[in-house]
Design a protein around this ligand. Sequence first.
Ligand code: PMV
Length: 314
Amino acid sequence: MMGPGASASAPGKVILLGEHSVVFGHPALALAIDRRMTCHLKPSGSMRLNGFPLDPERNPHVRHALETLWEGGPLDIRTESMIPSGSGLGSSAALSVAFVGALQARQGESDPEAAARAGFDMEFAAQGRASPLDTSASAHGGGVAIKSEEEEGHLWTLERDGKRWCVHDIPVPEMTLVVGHSGVSAPTGPLVGRVRSYFDKSGFAREIVDEMGAIAQEGEAALKAGDLELLGRLMTKNHKMLSILGVSTDRLNKLVDASLPHSYGAKLTGAGGGGSMIALTDKPELVCDAIARHGGTPYAVRTGVPGLQTEPPL
Ligand code: PMV
């Protein structure tokens, strides 16, 4: 057991291709970004979260982790986030991974795979449905690809309800991404539920979901080959399909349209319904200007960042 306090941090992420379709077991690509969530734990007289008594109903992720992973006494949990919540940048996954990492650190351990697995369970329990994409990107850092089979770079495989996600490490090439926040925060669970009911009702929706998986697979090859033009075209195509599925918004579409003249491609990232879009570009200033002129909040993000880190390192 470590000393009284323990901390861990984990990054947010952007999804380059494949959100929503990944929930159905299709391929997807995500990159960790330089915006982190930090979680500090210390023993306490009662369970507290950020200075208030912990409300398990309002914090299903934390409740699930405590029920399944923690046998010690009450904790004072403090979080510090550089990831806006409901922004499509993986704040809840980063919280899950950082919290599990801090529990591990209390026990003198650091195990990104175990944090990715436990984080996925937490997201699944809180959202009712989820893929391991966000939690894997956050735990591993760098870049991850979900594939249906284990290939070179395989990290770990998760299975749930007949679906199988083989998580792989992918090299992150030099490239510039600009994020545009729409200013609207949207929780992930209801959007995932909306796609599910459309999928259950409509053969057309099922075809779109399959096609998004094929696009993500093609995108992985484009990323590997450093073909940013193809990757960008695939991102824009993926955005159109997400719009057809009903998870984009007028604001997001406006920000995507405004970015496209200066980008290889652009799309919403994460669950949609608000949140953020991303643009792949070599003219970040022009894209930031265009996003700001159309009412979004732009920021350039750095990729190629580490995943789960205990602080101080064990
Ligand atoms: O908006 P975020 O960061 O929660 O990303 C959600 C990604 C989905 O594919 C829509 C859901 C999932 O669990 O993969």
